[in-house]
Design a protein around this ligand. Structure first.
Ligand code: SAM
Length: 122
């Protein structure tokens, strides 16, 4: 099985210019925990999770670009789910933005998506 078989689409993304409150709302309204952040050209430039928002609150930080993780670990639609799962567990993260060859975000795969898949088939 490949990443593209379980990709949540359309990609829910945030932008560098949005407020932390807006980003929090997107996470809650979509029931997700990973928000890839894109720049004006819609290129991936970071990722935030609820953990980053908690950190922003704890440290009184006010902007997305200050709290987002800038070196984002990604996967591509044609990678195997196995490879994506290994990337997550090795790096202690629970979600990967899926990017195409132009670095455009096409979706997100989370550890939850993978465990659901295993729960269904196993
Ligand atoms: N294990 C928990 C989890 O997976 O959410 C918490 C620890 S994890 C180190 C939390 C940090 O990882 C956050 O600062 C978040 O921005 C970052 N993070 C989450 N997904 C990421 C990804 N795909 N690439 C890089 N950093 C990521």
């Amino acid at each position: 099985k490949l990443v593209k078989d379980i990709l949540s689409r359309p990609a829910v993304v945030g932008t560098i210019k949005m407020s932390i409150t807006e980003a929090s709302r997107i996470l809650i309204e979509n029931n997700i925990n990973h928000l890839p952040i894109v720049d004006e050209k819609e290129m991936l430039s970071g990722i935030i999770t609820s953990w980053d928002i908690a950190k922003a609150m704890a440290q009184d930080i006010g902007s997305i670009s200050e709290i987002m993780t800038k070196s984002v670990l990604c996967a591509t639609p044609d990678e195997t789910i196995d490879m994506a799962a290994r990337k997550m567990s090795r790096n202690n993260i629970s979600g990967l933005p899926i990017v195409d060859s132009n670095n455009m975000v096409v979706g997100v795969v989370s550890a939850e998506d993978i465990s659901k898949l295993i729960g269904r088939t196993g």
